[in-house]
Write a protein that binds this ligand. Structure first.
Ligand SMILES: *[C@@H]1O[C@H](CO)[C@@H](O)[C@H](O)[C@H]1NC(C)=O
Ligand SMILES: *[C@@H]1O[C@H](CO)[C@@H](O)[C@H](O)[C@H]1NC(C)=O
Ligand SMILES: *[C@@H]1O[C@H](CO)[C@@H](O)[C@H](O)[C@H]1NC(C)=O
Length: 387
């Protein structure tokens, strides 16, 4: 146990404390740490990437480290549900379709799933369309089928995590902008806010698009690109055909990547274009969706999920913050090991409970048993983004 350790969290993501900050807060509190969580906006904000309702939880990933970590995440999701008495994860089936020109071939997915003993199949387009006649996909597409994919409820998750953190003694403060982080000799970090200065032993930064503002005075920067993304809820002609488990969670892993959900809590389906590169900083964000991107999404859906009566109902924006290779960052700063950065690169919601646990373990134990060897702080190099 870590009695007496005063652990500071600095969290200024999206939904009040965003999902990763909230996860780190409850996981550290469960480990017995004294936790302070700070959030620059009010709880319940929609400024980052932790709001709205649904997120995909999937194991299909071309890199085995992510598959291993998501397997741990499933255990942490179950624990979070048990400790809070909330049902957060709904099991669905999942399809990951890879067209001929996919940047990552299907064999990379099957290899990394096999290396982690995850049951899966490769389906031909014919097999996909036999089981799910809602799709119309070319012969050349290979689809990775994962019988145990899932959907988590996003903002309910964040609220449950914050509840659990507080229940375990964490102090979470909203409307508390961190102006500066000041490392002191002797292993203490000062956090300057308009409401006073806090002294902490360890600092976890899950500040997403706001990370570099805080790192700059420490003489360091992480190469990050920030964009406003959007998803659209559509009213389908036949919602009953698109209910879970009749209809899967799906991903189209082409050069442009798309994803979508079965009906979830309402007779609509949600879909999005992953990484539409609508670059803007948090200060420039409009929260107004792009009609062009919405039209492109509708046209694209029409190709592989034809439904002439489908109508876009509402479009919601969110924010992506991604390093050049789109890998997670889960790492102490090289020049100050008391400051630990956690950044999910806009594909980590599914990992959130384990993401937070690893951050808490690094802060409290100085190590973790999870393999985070690929998740160091990236250098400022350009590389093709991956999903
Ligand atoms: C979650 O998001 C939905 C849709 O944006 C909203 O209607 C609901 O009030 C939110 N719930 C919480 C707990 O914030
Ligand atoms: C696919 O896997 C092979 C073998 O591990 C690797 O060399 C290649 O870089 C991977 N492709 C992509 C696009 O990640
Ligand atoms: C990365 O490098 C580019 C060009 O070399 C430079 O303009 C940019 O400011 C650098 N970004 C960071 C975060 O260091």
């Amino acid at each position: 146990m870590t009695d007496g350790l005063f652990l500071g969290f600095l969290i200024s993501q999206s939904f009040g404390l965003g999902v990763h900050g909230s996860a780190a807060a409850y996981q550290a509190a469960l480990k017995g740490a004294k936790v302070l969580g700070l959030e620059q906006f009010e709880f319940g904000r929609v400024r980052g990437a932790s709001h709205d309702t649904s997120r995909i939880v999937r194991k299909s990933n071309s890199e085995p480290e992510y598959v291993a970590l998501v397997k741990s995440a499933y255990k942490d999701w179950a624990e979070l549900e048990e400790l809070t008495g909330q049902k957060l994860l709904t099991t669905t089936v999942g399809l990951f379709s890879l067209p001929k020109d996919a940047p990552i071939p299907s064999s990379n997915y099957t290899r990394s799933l096999a290396a982690n003993d995850v049951p899966h199949e490769i389906l031909s387009s014919k097999e996909v369309m036999q089981r799910w006649p809602q799709f119309d996909i070319p012969d050349t597409v290979q689809t990775v089928y994962d019988p145990a994919t899932g959907i988590v409820h996003a903002n309910k998750t964040v609220a449950a995590m914050q509840y659990l953190a507080r229940f375990k003694g964490a102090v979470l403060k909203d409307q508390t902008l961190v102006e500066r982080i000041i490392p002191k000799a002797g292993g203490e970090v000062l956090i300057a806010t308009p409401k006073g200065t806090f002294h902490v032993r360890k600092l976890i930064l899950t500040t997403d698009a706001w990370t570099n503002r805080l790192l700059e005075p420490l003489g360091t920067q992480i190469p990050l690109r920030v964009m406003q993304e959007q998803i659209t809820y559509f009213k389908p002609t036949e919602p009953a055909e698109l209910e879970n488990p009749r209809f899967p969670v799906w991903i189209w892993g082409g050069p442009q990547s798309y994803y979508g959900f079965p009906c979830y809590g309402e007779p609509t389906i949600k879909a999005g274009h992953d990484c539409a590169n609508n670059f803007m900083s948090p200060e420039e964000r409009t929260y107004v969706h792009s009609p062009r991107l919405q039209r492109e999404l509708s046209e694209c859906l029409q190709k592989f999920m034809p439904d002439c009566g489908r109508q876009p109902l509402r479009t919601i924006t969110c924010q992506y913050t991604i390093p050049p290779d789109r890998r997670f960052i889960i790492s102490p700063l090289e020049q100050n090991k008391d400051i630990i950065v956690g950044l999910g690169a806009a594909h980590a919601f599914k990992f959130a409970p384990v993401f937070g646990r690893v951050l808490a373990e690094l802060a409290i134990d100085g190590k973790t048993d999870e393999d985070i060897s690929k998740f160091g702080i990236p250098k400022n190099v350009s590389a093709a983004p991956k999903i």
